[in-house]
Design a protein. Structure first.
Length: 277
């Protein structure tokens, strides 16, 4: 019976896409925009594009939770902390876990972002990935490298690029299976302080290309409305955001045409460390 549950768990995770990539999409703000996130500057840039961390002016901590398709075995949790410094760049720590007791992946990462020139920033991340499978499979340990670039072409237009698993790390030495390698390229245009539009293309080396688009609208300074769509498979996303001084709360939902609804939420707290930055 336990072996059957293990098989079902792996099958569900594979169908839902997480077994295809260890690049967990985290953060309810970007989730509401179909994860068109490679150009977004917020605390969750530590997951999406480390080069975008350079836009942060305050330190912060944040937590995220997602229940994919309302199934108890498909939970994604994440936490992160970032520290901008006056001259040395921005440092980040992050943790993410997806799955259940029978099959799960956990990732621990150290991120860094630095502005090279006024118009160009670069980011790097090193991660330890643990893949756990019950029964006789045990744990598999991997190390992953990422790099991101962000170009502020004009005050309102930016382009972002991110590469995940540059070394094509093997998931296990005993097998030829590797941690997926993917690339993301996106653009963002800020029509005003109230309206931002982001588009993005993502390509895994072994999977069809994915296209995403999202819009963020602020009807009030403290309140945001977000919508997005994505492909492979097609999904519609929406979200809301609330800013209360240093506290940011975001919720989002994604609707899969077959598997249904996935609720997501994140909470972030920002604070100043260096007074004279």
């Amino acid at each position: 019976m336990k072996q059957l549950l293990l098989l079902v768990s792996i099958l569900l995770i594979t169908i839902c896409g997480f077994a295809q990539t260890s690049d967990f999409p985290i953060g309810a703000r970007s989730a509401g925009m179909a994860n068109a996130s490679v150009t977004l500057t917020d605390i969750w840039a530590v997951h999406h594009n480390q080069a975008a961390l350079v836009g942060l002016e305050q330190a912060g901590v944040a937590a995220y939770y997602e229940n994919r398709f309302l199934l108890s075995n498909l939970n994604l949790q994440g936490a992160t902390a970032v520290l901008p410094t006056p001259k040395a760049g921005v440092f980040g720590l992050t943790y993410a876990r997806f799955g259940n007791k029978l099959y799960n992946q956990s990732r621990y990462s150290l991120a860094y972002g630095k502005r090279l020139w006024k118009f160009l920033s670069v980011g790097l991340q090193l991660s330890y990935l643990n893949t756990h499978i019950e029964e006789n499979y045990g744990d598999r340990h991997s190390f992953i490298a990422e790099i991101g670039l962000l170009s502020q072409v004009t005050p309102k237009f930016r382009i972002g690029f991110h590469a995940f698993n540059l070394t094509r790390t093997k998931l296990a030495d005993a097998y030829s299976e590797r941690v997926p390698m993917n690339f993301r390229l996106g653009a963002q245009y800020d029509f005003s302080e109230k309206v931002k539009v982001a588009i993005e293309a993502e390509k895994d080396l072994e999977l069809p290309a994915v296209f995403k688009a999202g819009i963020e609208y602020f009807p009030a300074k403290i309140f945001a409305i977000r919508v997005g769509i994505g492909t492979q498979p097609f999904h519609a996303d929406f979200g809301l955001g609330l800013k209360l001084k240093n506290l940011h709360f975001d919720i989002a939902g994604s609707v899969h045409p077959v598997l249904g609804f996935s609720p997501k939420a994140s909470l972030a707290y920002r604070f100043s460390v260096f007074k004279n930055k």
